[in-house]
Each structure stands twice: as C-alpha cells, then as structure tokens.
Ligand binder design. Structure first.
Ligand code: AMP
Length: 444
C-alpha cells in the first residue's frame, strides 16, 4: 500500500485564504488607484534575477544578500537568449536568486528598456512577492508581499521626495492605517557620508568590547548598521555616537531642510530619527520609515529613501531616484488588528429554485443578474426550500431569489432579504432594476 503523504506549506510561506484574500485585493486595488492618481504606472517584474544584480545594488555585505537570499544555478543546457554581441544575458551555470526586493529589478528594467528616454520623471510601481530567508515570526515571512514604488529622472528636487511621502500617507489613510508614524532622516551623499562613516568607525572601535558580536562585525563591514541595533545594552553607547546630521555637507543639509519645508507645506507630520540608516547600501540623502501600531516588534510597514547613483552603478546613465516599499503583510495585519475593516462586496443573491421545470428560468436569471455585476450563487442540484435558505444564510447572501412553479407561471420573482426576511414580488425588469440600483447604493 502506498503511504498517504500530507503536504504542508513551506516554513515562512502561507496561504492567503478567503475572506482575507478579498481584503488583500481591496488593499492592492486601493494602492493602484492612489498611485495612478499621481501618474505612477505598473511594471511587472520577474520573480528571479541574476544574483549579482542584488549583490551590486543591495550590497554584498548586507544581511539580505549575504544570508537571506534563495539562490540556485541555472541548469546546464539552459539557453540564454543573447543575440550576437549582446552582453549580460544570464547563461547556463550562472547563479540566480529569488528577488528579496524590487528596486534592483526595476533599475535593471529601466536600463534594459532605455526608459531614460521617456518624457518627464519615470514613475513606476510593482506589486508582488519577495523572498528572504529570515526567521519567521508574526509579521515576518520568507515569502512576503510588497507594494514597491520608484521615481526616476534627472531631478533630485526635495519636492519629489515630499510628494512621494504625501502619496504614501494618502494611501495609508485610505486603507484605514491612521495610527502610523513617519520617521525621516538624511544619511548624506558620496561627498559627506564616507567621512562620517570613518568617524563613526573610529568611535565604534573605541567601544568595541562593549558591543555585541553583530555590531562588532559591522564596525568593519557596515558601521552605519550598528545604529539599527535593538540590543538594550547597546542603546546607551549608540546614543553617544556622532550623528550624521552634524556632518552633512552643505548641499545635503540644504536638501534635507527643503524636504522638511515641503512636508510642512503639505501638512505632513513627521519625526526625525538620526538612527534611521536603512539596511541597504544604495540609499543616499533622504531615508524614511513608517511604523504602525499593533504589530509588536515587526512594526515597520514601509521603508524607503533616495538612491541617486544606483542606476549608474548598474551600468545605466546618471539618474536620480527615490522609492519605497510597503510591506503588505504587515500593513494588512495592522488594519485587521485595528478592527477598522472595509465593507467588502459579498454574495448578493442566492437563487433558491425548486422543481426541475423551474431550472431553465433559474439559469437564465442567474446569468442576467451576473451580467448586471451582481454576485450570484445558483445551486446545481435541486434543494429543499429550507435547506436552500439555510445555505444562503451560511454563505452570507444578502438576498434569496425564491423560484417555484408559481413564480415561473406568473413570470414574477420573490425576493427575500435575508437580514430581516422582508419579501417582495417583482417582475424580471423590476428585479434587475431594484438589485442593480441597490448595489450601487443609489436607491432613494
Ligand atoms: P525593506 O525592503 O527591508 O526596506 O522592507 C520594506 C518593508 O517590507 C518593511 O517595512 C516591511 O513592512 C516589509 N518586510 C520586509 N521584510 C519582511 C518579511 N520578512 N516579512 C514581512 N514583511 C517584510
């Protein structure tokens, strides 16, 4: 006898089931509407790319690239699609990784498709899963979902940063995430940051023995990341370290000051957090994060910042850029925890038909109601009246359309509102009109 094997989802991945999936669809649809109102357009990206793309952009020393990527080799015999003389096309044997974030892929696509030739700033968003081998916990998964937004172009005007933040907050408000805090910082650019990093490194070396092993290692690999530390005993030490805000060059200081003015102009509340350095190498100047209540330790729902120079680093033309990623899993968890849930469309009509001769009329009206945009459940087999209404109730139908031989003979329908059992007899025309306008919420 063959053994019965049960299959389970892989650790750190999960199924998003109904009715949660409706909440997810609404969340993503709202994002699309808000982003498109700011002239962003969707870009759909591959789920895997050359490992090197992530190593170069996110940074080989970051936790994401050094520890967390799902990496495999393209099998021998894999045919790259290089045309004569074309460079960089992945070939057999090469390492590829499931994407841990979307900015690198967006930059690769921007360069590959010459998008700098497009008029105005190039404003792109993408929606989809990311993969990181992190320790799973509440709000932290190995396959998680992001809404990723990027603005690319020739200008680094602080107004671009501010408008992006405005859009982010408009979106969060629209989905009911109001108990949030926006943190901002400037981490300088290639003119001033290297000196600051060296100063920080020198100061950190002096206190090395008081730091934990992660921070000790980061003194050499990426000292800025020490500022991210949440270890309680390191907090007092970190508080005394030199702050980037005291070491910005004149241009970066002016950029940050203008950004804050732009935020005030838009009525956007923020808090400055000098320790907000973000874990990825490509950031310059503006960095930001939004936290939401009710999420425990994994409370960051969005992170982002400016990355002027990233396109160039990946072999493209000089380009300025800024973007953010919203963690959908966490944002939706926070919406659920707040209890501030939207009313989502459910089943409108359950067709409770009885008697085989009634069936053709039931099929026909179900089609018409569905054409009119209503959600309709039509049982494929005859059911007893009581059982039918019971099921309609359990499925959360708003109405039962009762169809027996009397109704078919008289050409009318009995529409029963399940919430209060109120019934009305209607002609087909009136039924359609009633349900359609009721669905639109316009019935006087
Ligand atoms: P990052 O790309 O690290 O800046 O992350 C941006 C946002 O993605 C974070 O603020 C989180 O909301 C979300 N996020 C990052 N990693 C995970 C994860 N492992 N599970 C769930 N959400 C995540």
């Amino acid at each position: 006898m063959t053994e019965k094997k049960q299959f389970r989802a892989i650790k750190g991945t999960r199924d998003i089931l109904p009715p949660d999936s409706s909440l997810w669809n609404w969340f993503e649809q709202t994002a699309r509407e808000v982003f498109e109102s700011y002239r962003f357009h969707e870009i759909r990206l591959p789920i895997f790319e050359q490992t090197d793309l992530f190593a170069r952009s996110v940074g080989a020393e970051t936790d994401i690239v050094s520890k967390e990527m799902f990496t495999f080799r393209l099998a021998e015999g894999f045919q790259g699609s290089a045309k004569d003389g074309e460079q960089g096309v992945p070939q057999a044997g090469e390492q590829v990784s499931l994407r841990p974030e979307a900015t690198a892929s967006t930059m690769r696509a921007y360069i590959e498709h010459n998008m700098q030739a497009l008029p105005g700033n190039v404003k792109l968003y993408s929606v989809g899963p990311m993969f990181r081998r992190e320790r799973p916990q509440k709000g932290r998964y190995r396959q998680f979902y992001q809404l990723n937004v990027e603005v690319l172009g020739q200008s680094d005007a602080p107004a671009i940063d501010a408008e992006l933040l405005e859009m982010l907050l408009v979106f969060l408000k629209r989905v009911g995430l109001t108990r949030t805090t926006l943190y901002i910082n400037s981490i300088g650019d290639k003119n001033c940051r290297p000196q600051y990093v060296e100063l920080l490194r020198a100061e950190l070396r002096k206190v090395k023995n008081s730091l934990g092993p992660d921070s000790q290692r980061r003194i050499e690999t990426n000292p800025l990341r020490v500022l991210d530390s949440k270890l309680p005993h390191e907090q007092e030490i970190i508080a005394k370290l030199p702050r980037i805000s005291d070491h910005l060059c004149a241009e970066c200081r002016a950029h940050f000051a203008k950004l804050k003015n732009e935020l005030k102009l838009r009525g956007i509340a923020y808090e400055e957090n000098w320790r907000l350095v973000r874990g990825l190498d490509y950031y310059t100047r503006t960095t930001f994060e939004v936290t939401a209540e009710g999420l425990g330790s994994q409370n960051a729902v969005c992170g982002g910042g400016r990355y002027d120079g990233l396109v160039e680093l990946l072999g493209g033309p000089p380009t300025k850029g800024i973007g953010f990623a919203i963690g959908s899993d966490r944002a939706i968890l926070s919406i659920e925890e707040s209890g501030n849930l939207p009313v989502l469309p459910g089943l409108d009509v359950f067709v409770a038909w009885m008697g085989e001769p009634t069936y053709p009329a039931a099929v026909a009206i179900a089609r018409k109601l569905r054409d009119a945009g209503l959600s309709v459940e039509l049982p494929g087999e005859e059911m007893k009246f009581k059982k039918s209404l019971n099921l309609a109730d359990k499925l959360g139908a708003r109405y039962a359309l009762v169809m027996g031989s009397d109704e078919v003979a008289s050409g009318t329908f009995t529409l029963k509102r399940l919430a209060d059992a109120e019934q009305q007899k209607l002609s087909e025309y009136d039924l359609l009109e009633y349900l359609e306008s009721e669905k639109r919420g316009t019935r006087g």
